[in-house]
Design a protein around this ligand. Structure first.
Ligand code: FAD
Length: 430
């Protein structure tokens, strides 16, 4: 199947991954017709991603949006693990990797709702492309077979009418409940598992600086395990917004989870605050999962980000991993568009991105969540290998830098497979 140059791409899902892909594809010449649709009436403002690692920052720079993200976000410095009583066990200083300052790759905090608004605005102002909100993919007519010349899906428009949408390729960026994934893979479409324990994520205005808290802390405790991360700094500490995400008991309904929030805060947070001492800006319960699809490409259908793989949010690998997919897919499309690769490079995409999830994202994120609730906090510094290494890195700055730079291992250079003459047969060796 050859596809040079690409004439059109249909992106399903206007979350951060779909919008970023649209913005990158808009830089290709000759122009690619980009259609981006989303089933929801408007952007999702739930409290989700806030922290983006270096690979995501590199792609924000490439898309020309990093300056604004750095202007309105911030670069956290200190991260640590503590016991419930506040005792600090180990941690590191992220500013060691802030070499390039505001232009560098350092980890950055920026609310995902803001990110989506920024990407949508840039897409519109640079290309005139607007998101078709309220447009839902409901079925497929063609594109799942290798020999299909294009992809056609059935889209339900806001007033209920169904219309066929066709393109050279379709990219499912439609999140954890992806319809595109189901159309590609049928019922058994998402191997992996869901954690028994639900989590509750809140954005909370509270003064945790009075307790000497760092930018991010993970609290190790079998019952009251949680993360508290500063997500909006302010000169007046009382104005800081914190992402407080905590684990809950299995088997509770969403209503019960929400009702228990005041009790949980009083029992687990330092100072045992009453509701009058903080203000909840958003709160939402989540079920969390470790899942990865078996194929990210079938015919002219592709998957990226949450539609392809999920992990628990502790450590911020969810969207960072999704954004790495977007950078990878863009490099593949760019090579095809310029005639430097045929579309077998998309099979390399499928193989490499899955491998990165299985070898890095899944084990690291699993370690991040279990570290908080599956061990005795009093023995964590003797028995938890990762924590022991982080403790060693407190006095070994080179080790600290190495540990923190590991997120860069998610990135793969697809231009290695560019070669007009040779094609991309090397793909098969991966
Ligand atoms: C509490 C929490 C905290 C998190 N924190 C971090 C963090 O700090 N760092 C990090 O990297 N990640 C984090 N994550 C993960 C991150 O939020 C997700 O990985 C990210 O939002 C996924 O983006 P996406 O674009 O893939 O999908 P989504 O944002 O889910 O967007 C999918 C879009 O597809 C649309 N859609 C669905 N079905 C259809 C259809 N049939 N037709 C058309 N449109 C459709 C939906 O309406 C939606 O707008 C966190 C997650 C949670 C829950």
């Amino acid at each position: 199947m050859s596809s040079t140059p690409i004439k059109s791409v249909l992106i399903v899902g206007a979350g951060p991954s779909g919008l970023l892909l649209a913005l990158l594809l808009a830089t290709l010449s000759p122009p690619v017709k980009i259609t981006i649709i989303d089933a929801a009436p408007t952007l999702n403002e739930a409290p989700r991603a806030t922290h983006y690692g270096p690979p995501a920052i590199q792609l924000f720079r490439k898309a020309g949006v990093l300056a604004e993200i750095r202007r309105d976000g911030y670069m956290p410095e200190k991260i640590c693990w503590r016991k419930l009583n506040g005792e600090r066990l180990a941690g590191y200083d992220r500013s060691l990797l802030h070499d390039g300052g505001l232009d560098g790759d350092g980890l950055t905090v920026y609310w995902v709702g803001r990110l989506c608004r920024l990407l949508e605005r840039e897409l519109k102002s640079r290309t005139g492309t607007t998101v078709k909100w309220g447009h839902k993919v409901v079925d497929v007519k063609s594109g799942l077979k290798v020999e299909d010349k294009e992809v056609t899906v059935v889209v339900e428009e806001p007033e209920g009418k169904t219309v066929d949408y066709s393109a050279d390729y379709i990219v499912g960026c439609d999140g954890g409940n992806s319809t595109i994934r189901r159309l590609m893979h049928g019922q058994r479409n998402f191997p992996g598992f869901s954690w028994d324990v639900p989590i509750v994520a809140t954005n909370t205005l509270i003064d945790l600086d009075q307790f000497g808290w760092e930018d991010t802390q993970f609290i190790i405790d079998p019952v009251h395990w949680y993360m508290a991360a500063r997500i909006g700094p302010h000169p007046d500490p009382k104005q800081n917004v914190w992402r407080i995400s905590y684990g809950e008991k299995a088997g509770l309904t969403n209503e019960e989870l929400m009702e228990r929030q005041e009790m949980k805060f009083e029992q687990m947070l330092p100072g045992h605050p009453k509701p009058s001492e903080y203000k909840i800006l958003n709160k939402s319960p989540y079920r969390v999962h470790q899942r990865c699809v078996e194929k990210m490409r079938v015919g002219r259908f592709l998957l990226a980000a949450d539609a392809a793989h999920l992990c628990n949010p502790f450590g911020g690998l969810g969207l960072t991993g999704g954004i790495v997919d977007i950078g990878a897919l863009f490099q593949c499309f760019e090579g095809m568009h310029k005639g430097l690769a045929d579309d077998s490079i998309l099979d390399v995409y499928c193989s490499v991105q899955r491998q990165k999830w299985h070898e890095i994202i899944n084990p690291v994120s699993t370690g991040n969540i279990t570290r908080m609730f599956k061990q005795d906090p009093d023995k964590a510094l003797e028995e938890d290998e990762t924590l022991k290494m982080i403790k060693r890195a407190e006095t070994d700055l080179e080790l600290s830098k190495q540990l923190q730079a590991m997120a860069n291992e998610l990135v793969y250079d697809y231009t290695k497979h560019y070669s007009k003459a040779a094609g991309v047969e090397g793909a098969a060796r991966l």
